[in-house]
Design a protein around this ligand. Structure first.
Ligand SMILES: [Zn+2]
Length: 245
């Protein structure tokens, strides 16, 4: 049996559904589930993004796994009752699955996403600090660890020198190396501590709470669909929706 987290779905025909999933061994992948939309009872929950399922892969092909008799391992409950948690769940699913490789090697990102989902079931609310900690880890586990104490341009230590945040070079750079927008060294230190902190203990708040989200978007080459919704419902930051790139 394998385990995977449902990150999205597409309906096909009258009753079938293609699930988008993230798992440790397969990374991001697609799977067909016949009759999924007419399913009742426990199996109906297999449709919900954020659900962890256990399954056997039936005969299929590399691009589309066929799920046979999937079972629910865990299904997030609190995001169904709380809009902020629902948006945080959607955001986590998008970030982790977008950064995961297709078809292989999803262990660390699948583990991080599972931890994020557990956090949303716990009492601590999703805050910008916890989200930034999640983003820093997601980038790191995708092999895109943000550079925070070393210049992405020349490789030298930042060490308190005037710095910029340069998306092209994956994070901090010396102001003298040119590129990016100025960033305070304390801001880089906060991001570094959030990268290392357990998400549930992350409380420090960078002055720009979307810096790492922009870095993720830069790596993906597109905007994160769920980011504006987070900004609208969590921490009362609707004004952040109209970000500048
Ligand atoms: Zn430099």
């Amino acid at each position: 049996m394998e385990e995977a987290i449902v990150v999205g779905f597409v309906d096909v025909g009258e009753s079938d559904r293609i699930l988008r999933l993230l798992s440790a061994s397969r990374g991001r992948f697609s799977a067909s589930l016949r009759g999924a939309r007419s399913a009742r009872g426990r199996s109906a929950g297999v449709l919900e993004p954020g659900t962890t399922i256990r399954f056997r892969a039936g005969p299929g092909n590399r691009d589309l796994v066929r799920l046979t008799s999937p079972e629910i391992v865990a299904s997030p409950m609190r995001p169904r009752e709380d809009l902020g948690r629902a948006m945080a769940l959607a955001y986590g699913l998008e970030v982790a699955s977008s950064l995961a490789p297709e078809g292989h090697d999803g262990e660390r990102l699948a583990g991080l996403l599972a931890a994020w989902i557990r956090l949303l079931e716990a009492d601590a609310p999703p805050t910008d600090s916890r989200r930034v900690a999640f983003e820093a880890k997601a980038l790191t586990f995708a092999g895109l660890r943000p550079s925070l104490d070393v210049c992405g341009r020349c490789g030298g230590a930042i060490d308190g020198a005037a710095a910029t945040f340069d998306l092209e070079h994956g994070g901090a750079a010396h102001a003298s190396c040119r590129g990016g927008a100025p960033v305070a060294s304390e801001e880089l230190h906060i991001l570094g501590r959030l990268l290392r902190a357990p998400m549930e203990l992350a409380v420090e708040r960078p002055s720009d709470v979307w810096r790492l989200a922009r870095l993720i978007e830069h790596h993906l080459g597109r905007a994160l669909r769920t980011r504006g919704v987070w900004a609208a419902v969590n921490d009362g930051e609707a004004k952040e929706v109209a970000w500048s790139r």
